[in-house]
Design a protein around this ligand. Sequence first.
Ligand code: ADP
Ligand code: MG
Length: 443
Amino acid sequence: MQDTSVNAWDAFLQFVQKSITQTEFENWLSPITLIENTEDRYVLKVPNIFVQEYLLENYKKELSSFFPLDEKKQLAIDFMIQEPTTKPTKPAPISILGEAKKEQKLRLNPLYTFDHFIEGPSNQFVKSAAYGVGTSPGKSFNPLFIHGGVGLGKTHLMHAIGHMVLEKHKKLKIECITTEAFINDLVNNLKNKSVDKLKRHYRTLDVLLVDDIQFLQNRINFEEEFCNMFEALINQNKQIVITSDKPPSHLKLSERMTQRMEWGLVANIGVPDLETRVAIIQHKSELKGCNISEQIAFYIAERIHQNVRQIEGAINRLCAFAHIMHHPITLDMVVSTLKELLQQVTPRLVSIDAIIDGVCKTFEISKSQIKGSSRQKEIAKARQIAMYLAKEMLEGSLNQIASHFGGKTHSTLLHAWKKICQEIQKDEMLKRQIEMVQKNLSS
Ligand code: ADP
Ligand code: MG
C-alpha cells in the first residue's frame, strides 16, 4: 500500500486528500510540515496544539498504516509546535496616505482607544487581555472572545485593539467587521460570483476583529463559511477577536463553532461598579469640554447602572443643554433634563434578602435551609439558584455576596453560578422558574 518513492507524510496526504474537502485539507493538513524523517521516526511541525489534536483524533487509523510504530506500538511521530510569528502576509505600503486610508477603511471609532477606556474591577481582566492581544497579536490569547451585556464596552475594546495594531504593527493586515457586514459581504459576493475572491481576502488577514457574533445564530450556511475562515486563520496563528452578548456555550451555534471559540480566552465584561461609572462620567464629560461636579457624577452613576451607553447619552444631553443655555451644570438641571431617562432606567433596587426570599417561596424551602449546608438535592439546587441570581442581579464582590449564604466562599458561588448557567441551557422548566423569580423581584 505504501509508495516507497515518497515519504510517509506525503503518502498519507495523497491518501487522505481524496476523502476530505479542499477547505478541510487547507485548514488542517496544509499547515503541517515534515521537518525530519528517518526510517523509524518522523518529526512534524504543527502551527499549534489544535492541529496536532485534530490530526491524531481524526486520522489515527490512517496514520498507523503509513507511519512506523515504536516498540510500544505507538506512532513514531514527534510533534514540534511552531513558534508563533506575526510576519505580515503582504507588506502594506507605509505612507501617511496609506495609513489614513487603512484607518478609514477599517472604520474604527477614533475615541474607542485604550486611553479612553476606564478600568474598574468589572473590566480589568478583559482590558488587560485585550491589551495583550493588541501588543502581540497571534501570540497571547487566540481567539480572544469578549462577552457581556449591551453597552458595556465590548466594541470599544475591540476597536482599541484595532487602533493599537495599526499603530504598533503597521505591516499587519487587519480587518474589523460586524457579523452582519460579514454576512452581507458574503451575500453580495455570492450574487456577483466573486465569493472566492472574498474568501481569499479573509484568509490573508493577520488580524480579524468580529463584532457581535450572536448574529451568526440561525444562519447555518454562513456559520459554516465563517467557521472555515476561522480555522484557516487560527491554524496559521493569525489573531482573531470576537465579541458577543453571550458566552460561546450560550449561543445557538454548532458544537464545532462553539468549541473553536472556546479555544483561546473567553472573558466577560461586567457592569461597572459605582466608582468606575463616576470615573467614566467624568472622563466623558471632560472629552466634551464640559464640567460635571463629583456630586452630580455620583447622582447620575447611582441612577444609571446597567449600561454605559445610557450614561453617555445622559452626558451628551446634559452637555448640549448646558452649552445652549450657557449655564453650568447644576443638580436641578440634571433632574429636569434627565427626568425621563432616569425614570426609565431606575429599577427597584434588588437586595440579597429579596432574592433569597423569592427563591425560598418559589421552591418552598426555608431561609435557614438555603443558608445552611444541607446537601439534600432540592435544597442544594435552590441554594445554587439563589447564588446564581445574586451574582446576576447584584453588584459587589463575589466574596461579599457569598458571605450572605452562611459564610460560603466566592468559589462556591462561582461554581453554583456556572452550574446553573449550564443547566438552564438544557432545562427549559428550570429556566422559566428562574425567570419567574427574577421577574417578581424587579416588578
Ligand atoms: P457594547 O459593544 O458592549 O454594546 P460599546 O463598546 O459600544 O458597548 O460601549 C458603549 C459606550 O460606552 C461607548 O461609547 C463606549 O465608549 C462606552 N464605554 C463602555 N465602557 C466604557 C469604559 N469602561 N470606559 C469608557 N467608556 C466606556
Ligand atoms: Mg457593540
